[in-house]
Design a protein around this ligand. Sequence first.
Ligand SMILES: Cc1cc2nc3c(=O)[nH]c(=O)nc-3n(C[C@H](O)[C@H](O)[C@H](O)COP(=O)(O)OP(=O)(O)OC[C@H]3O[C@@H](n4cnc5c(N)ncnc54)[C@H](O)[C@@H]3O)c2cc1C
Length: 435
Amino acid sequence: MKKAIYWFRKNLRIHDNPSLNSAIKENDELLFVYIMDYKIFNPINSDTEKIGKFREKFLIESILNLKKDLNKINIKLMILEGNILEIFDDLKKYSTTVYGTKEVGTYEEREEKILYDNDFNLNLFEDQNLFESKKLPYQVEELPLIFTHFRKKVEKLVVIRDVEKFDPTIQSKNDYLSPFTIQLEYLMIDTNLNSSYPFVGGENNGLNRLKNYLWKSKNIEKYKETRNGLIGTEYSSKFSAYLCLGCISPVMIYQEVKRYEKEIKKNSSTYWLIFELLWREFFRYVYLKAKNKIFLKEGINGNIFSKNFNNDLKLFEKWKRGETGQEFIDANMKELKETGFMSNRGRQNVASYLINNLDLNWVWGASFFEKHLIDYDVTSNWCNWMYIAGVGNNTRNWVFNPERQSELHDKKGIYRSMWLKKKGQLNIDLGLKKY
Ligand SMILES: Cc1cc2nc3c(=O)[nH]c(=O)nc-3n(C[C@H](O)[C@H](O)[C@H](O)COP(=O)(O)OP(=O)(O)OC[C@H]3O[C@@H](n4cnc5c(N)ncnc54)[C@H](O)[C@@H]3O)c2cc1C
C-alpha cells in the first residue's frame, strides 16, 4: 500500500489544490497534518506577543474550518505543534513521503530544507501561484525590475491553468497518535463594528466572499473606481486574507473573474482585479530572485534616494500607536490596531509617512505590519514596503502627502472621525453594507 503524509501549509483549502490532488492520485492512504509553529510569526520579536490577535484569530478559524470540512468526508486533520524536525521524525514511522505546497519566505524555505536534508521524499507544488514558475517567460534571475515589463510579457505569453476539482476518494489514516497533537481553540475577540474586514477565516467564507463580490453584489464592476476607498467591506475585494492562507486560490479567483467577464460584464474594473493579482504574483518571483534581500534595509536595489532610515524608538512608538499628530496617519494606524486591517491607500500613506516624514527605518514598519495584518503575506508585505522605501522594484521616489491624501480620499473627515473618535461626529450613517 502506498502511504504518504499530506502537509497543509498556507493552502488551507480543499478545492483547487494541486498538491492535495496529486497526493490523492499517487497514494492509497494519507495522513493529514497541519503544523502550528508560533516561532515563525514574529521573528524580529519587537513586541511581547508573537502574533497580532486578529491575525491569529483568522488563522485559527481557517484551520478549524478546514478540519471540519475534512471531517465531513472522514478525513482527520491532525494539528501538531513543535519543532518541525522532531514532528516529522515521529511521523516517519508512518511514511517518509510528504506532499505539500511550495512556499516563499525564509522560514518557510528553511522548513523545506530541513525535510530535504533529512531524506524525506518531499513533493512540493506551487499551489499558491497564479501560474507555475516553469511558465514564467524568463529565467527567475532575469526577472525585470519593473512590474509593467513583467505584466506585459506574462499577459501575452502565459496561459493560466483551469481550476482543479477535488476528488475525495482517499483513505485517511485517522488513528495515528502523535505526541505533538494540540487542541486548537477559537479565539473569541469582538469585531469592531467599523471594521472593513469583519470576515471569518476559512475556505467556505472565502468562497462566499468571492461569490458575493462578483455574482451577488456585482461590486467587481466598479472595483477600479472604489479601490482607493477607506470605509466598509465593499470598496475592494477583501480577498487578501483568504489568499494569504490559501483558503482560496488565485487561480480560482482568476477563472471566476474570467467567467464573470464572459457571462455578465467585462470592463476596466474586472481587468484591474486581475492586474492586482499579477502584482501579488510578481512579488513572489521577486523573492525567488532576490531571496532574503527583501528583508534588508538596502532592499534589492540599494538606497538610491539616500533616505535616512533612522532607528528612533520614541518616534516609532508614536507611529505604532497612532499618536503622530497627523490625523490621517493616526486614524489608519488605529484602524490597524483595532481591526487587523488597513486599506491599500492607508498602507501606502502610513508607510510613506514613517519613511519620508519620520525618517525611520522601513524594516521596523514592515515588521510591525507582519505582526498585525490579518492578511500578512511575506512577499506582498515586504516588497510593497521596499517599493515605498525606494529600495525595491521602482525607479520613482514615492512620497505621499497625507494632507492632500486625506482631502482626496476623506474629504468630509468621516474616516478620521471614525477612528480618532472625535466627539459629536460618531453617529454618522456610513451606509455600510453587511457582507
Ligand atoms: C506597505 C504595504 C504593505 C502591504 N502588505 C500586504 C500584505 O501583507 N498582504 C497582502 O495581501 N497585501 C499587502 N499589501 C497590498 C494591498 O494593500 C492589499 O493586498 C490589499 O489592501 C488587500 O485588500 P483587498 O483584498 O481588498 O485588495 P484588492 O484591492 O481587492 O486586490 C485584490 C487582491 O490583489 C492583491 N493585491 C492588491 N494590491 C496588491 C499589492 N499592492 N501588492 C500585492 N498584491 C496586491 C491581493 O492579493 C488582493 O487581495 C500591502 C500594501 C502596502 C502598500
